[in-house]
Design a binder for this molecule. Structure first.
Ligand code: ATP
Ligand code: MG
Length: 304
């Protein structure tokens, strides 16, 4: 897979504040890349620099083999961009907005109706945008990013203001996009969505890229414990003494027949066996592997 986006030492300093500090990163063709970080970490600054909307203090960005500059900008027909905030024209309808933006982008108007349908705005397409709710505006903004079937989608907080069906729609749009060979660079605070769709994530904190990897590799590297809730055939006190003694158990809590332990992900089966060896049956259990949220919090708290 070849690099579609290449950041080389990207640095942006605003009035003495280093928003992005020597960012080196490569995003490959066909990849869904989740760009994560706490508020003020430098995500939007990075994305704006990638779109040629602000001038880096140092470093460079290459997208689809072309060096980005504020004078030339990005070749817009091959890139779909959803900004963090999109100013819309209140007096245009949703449909007129998409037609107008097709013209600005130099792409056919033929997809407008289909895109309104895709983002759930078919029935509101002829209404003026000034009457749109926050989520409807976000849906329209998302639709404009898809005009012209771009190869690369750059989405800055696509789920902002969306209801649960809207969040599911964003996931589908992202998956469909890569299924037909596209690439997605996504910034989002909705970590379960990123965990579900992203091939790799990068975590930026105070302008510095702290890590880049797949969620499953990060989970292993950081040894984020697995949590198991276990329903027993009798009171947990019958197994408590044995489990607390076991080096496999990182934390233990129990109430009546219910037991919650944290452990290494490879020890799950041995713990269930240990319970049965104590003469207590496991009636049911569920497992929660360390989540992207746990990983994110480790980095943003500064533990890592
Ligand atoms: N135009 C600007 N002038 C001065 N400082 C700015 C400007 N834009 C951003 N910053 C600063 O740069 C840093 C990074 O901001 P940025 O908007 O890139 O963060 P972010 O990661 O997108 O945060 P959020 O999750 O809140 O959207 C912050 O300290 C912010 O205050
Ligand atoms: Mg931002």
């Amino acid at each position: 897979m070849s690099g579609v986006i290449k950041f080389r030492n990207l640095t942006k300093i605003y009035d003495g504040i280093t928003a992005v500090d020597s960012l080196n990163l490569e995003v490959k063709k066909g990849e869904i890349f989740g760009f994560l970080g706490p508020n003020g970490a430098g995500k939007t600054t990075t994305i704006k620099a990638m779109m040629g909307l602000l001038k880096p203090t140092k470093g460079s960005i290459v997208v689809n083999g072309e060096k980005i500059s504020t004078s030339a900008g990005i070749s817009s027909s091959s890139v779909g961009y959803l900004p963090e905030v999109l100013d819309l024209w209140d007096n245009l309808s949703g449909e007129e907005t998409l037609r107008f933006m097709s013209d600005l982008k130099g792409v056919s108007r033929s997809e407008v109706e289909k895109l309104l349908h895709k983002v759930g705005l078919s029935r509101a397409g002829d209404r003026k945008v000034k009457g749109y709710s926050k989520g409807m505006r976000q849906r329209l903004a998302l639709a404009q990013s898809l005009l012209g079937k771009p190869d690369l989608l750059i989405l800055d907080e696509p789920s902002t203001g969306l209801d649960p069906s809207g969040v599911a729609m964003v996931k589908n749009i992202i998956r469909e996009h890569v299924d037909r060979g596209g690439t997605v660079f996504l910034s989002s605070h909705i970590l379960p969505v990123v965990e579900e769709v992203a091939h790799r994530v990068g975590i930026i904190v105070e302008g510095k890229l702290r890590t880049v990897d797949s969620v499953s590799n990060l989970r292993d590297q950081l040894q984020i414990p697995t949590k198991m809730n276990i329903l027993l055939s009798s009171n947990h006190k019958k197994v408590e003494k044995y489990l607390r003694k076991s080096p496999m158990i990182k934390s233990y809590s129990g109430s009546k027949n219910m037991l919650t332990v944290t452990c290494n992900k490879n020890d799950k089966k041995d713990i269930l066996d240990l319970i049965e060896e104590c003469g207590v049956d496991v009636v049911d259990f569920d497992i929660k592997e360390g989540s992207l949220e746990d990983i994110f919090l480790s980095f943003s708290r500064g533990d890592m």
